[in-house]
Design a protein around this ligand. Sequence first.
Ligand SMILES: *[C@@H]1O[C@H](CO)[C@@H](O)[C@H](O)[C@H]1NC(C)=O
Ligand SMILES: *[C@@H]1O[C@H](CO)[C@@H](O)[C@H](O)[C@H]1NC(C)=O
Ligand SMILES: *[C@@H]1O[C@H](CO)[C@@H](O)[C@H](O)[C@H]1NC(C)=O
Ligand SMILES: *[C@@H]1O[C@H](CO)[C@@H](O)[C@H](O)[C@H]1NC(C)=O
Ligand SMILES: *[C@@H]1O[C@H](CO)[C@@H](O)[C@H](O)[C@H]1NC(C)=O
Ligand SMILES: *[C@@H]1O[C@H](CO)[C@@H](O)[C@H](O)[C@H]1NC(C)=O
Length: 447
Amino acid sequence: MAFSSPRYAFNFFIIVLACLTIGNSQPILNSVEQESVYRVLESLNTDVLWRALFPDDLCYSAPHGVVCDYAPVTGTLNIVELSFGYVSDFSSNPTCSPNSTLLDPFIFSSFPYLRKLFFYKCFTQQPVSLPDLSRVGSGLEELVFINNPSLFGSLSDSIGNMTSLRRLIITGTNVSGKIPAGFGQLTNLEEATLSRNSLGGDIPDDFSNLKNLKVLDLSQNGFTGKLPGTIGGLENLLKLDLSTNRFSGVIPETMKGLRGLEFLDLSDNRFVGGGVPMFLSNMSKLKWVYLSGNELGGVIPDIWENLKGINGIGLSRVGLIGEIPVSMGVFLKNLSYLGLDNNKLTGGVPIEFEKLGSLNELHLNNNNLSGKVPFSVGFMGKVGRKLRLDGNSELCVGEGVVKSFYKVKKCNEIENPRSALVYGTSSSTRIGNHIYWVSLVFIFIFM
Ligand SMILES: *[C@@H]1O[C@H](CO)[C@@H](O)[C@H](O)[C@H]1NC(C)=O
Ligand SMILES: *[C@@H]1O[C@H](CO)[C@@H](O)[C@H](O)[C@H]1NC(C)=O
Ligand SMILES: *[C@@H]1O[C@H](CO)[C@@H](O)[C@H](O)[C@H]1NC(C)=O
Ligand SMILES: *[C@@H]1O[C@H](CO)[C@@H](O)[C@H](O)[C@H]1NC(C)=O
Ligand SMILES: *[C@@H]1O[C@H](CO)[C@@H](O)[C@H](O)[C@H]1NC(C)=O
Ligand SMILES: *[C@@H]1O[C@H](CO)[C@@H](O)[C@H](O)[C@H]1NC(C)=O
């Protein structure tokens, strides 16, 4: 929306101008574009009498979402924006009926000056082919299809001709096929959201030409193959979401080039080995990092001092071994979500987590953690069911904690010195009276 605000001011100017010229009935919009808008509206919603409701020149009076502007050289008035599908009262585009369709898939070539084409929940029942946009002209800046489940077809190679494209959003459709050759020519692209479709194939090498890309979201598709090392060249990226695909291989080291990244989601793919990447520490702006559901293995690296702004970490189901680093609880002051469940973590639960004021969801279930859960009754009450501890057979809770709530046994502190000692050694700050007492027992036994 921020992209278009100066344009809206300009449109207001046009409306004023149109009001002044309404006296002489000179048509402002050419008849081809006027007629084409009616035809699109009529195929999207047959119940509304569009020609009767908007009988005048559409550059003078049009439904919300139909916008005119002057062409740069010729000075003629043309349609520059077409937005369909009611979003909200603030964005009350023409409503699409349940049986809406596109009778003429080539119709958008009637709009040579189109800058924005937007469809929200328009194609939901009738199968509708992705319209041919190769002749729309090279001025298209925003192409948006949101939640159109019966839209099908594939992106064509000619997409590379749309060199002005800044936002490409095709999400929640049945669009399939590969990312076409020529995609890398869209060097003005700032956002590519292609999530929740039926796309597949691998990410082409020339993706790295998209130097202006800030958002790349390919989540919930069927993409495969290794990530090209060149992905690290997308140096302006703020959000990278590749979750729920079938990407494989090692997460490439070159991704450390994504210095400004704030959101990284690679969860539920087939990345293997290499552990949790050390290069995360070079992404100092990271706020969310989700790697869950990949066979990464290894221990949790001690990289958290460089990542103090992190809000959410998902490292569930990644085959982690070793102990939970105390540094996570020391440095990650803004942490609100931490998922470490379904790994093979051992050792104790660091008491430092209790001091993280924002922490409201902590999943430690299904590991091999041991010892007494060090949290106060108050902290455990605050986090409630979002503290998951079950499936750690050697973990126990002290007095005042309802063990059935967490599905964790009650501690029998004298009988279980080994696990208590394990939990004590994972943090130098925790060697208190209890461990001292256990150590005395050991010394006594060995004397
Ligand atoms: C769509 O449904 C409406 C009734 O809601 C009906 O009047 C119209 O003919 C239908 N249009 C098409 C193209 O099937
Ligand atoms: C999506 O497309 C496939 C064929 O590519 C088709 O079998 C399926 O029915 C379509 N789904 C919807 C919801 O239109
Ligand atoms: C558009 O792209 C296609 C395929 O890449 C190409 O053959 C065609 O010449 C291009 N058209 C224009 C007008 O650039
Ligand atoms: C990445 O971070 C590490 C420390 O975490 C630092 O030693 C290294 O120089 C950084 N690399 C780059 C390329 O900034
Ligand atoms: C933590 O969050 C607060 C409030 O949102 C913010 O002001 C602060 O900069 C954050 N800390 C870091 C290290 O990013
Ligand atoms: C859990 O750790 C204990 C030692 O603390 C070990 O004997 C046991 O085999 C481990 N269980 C699993 C499932 O790894």
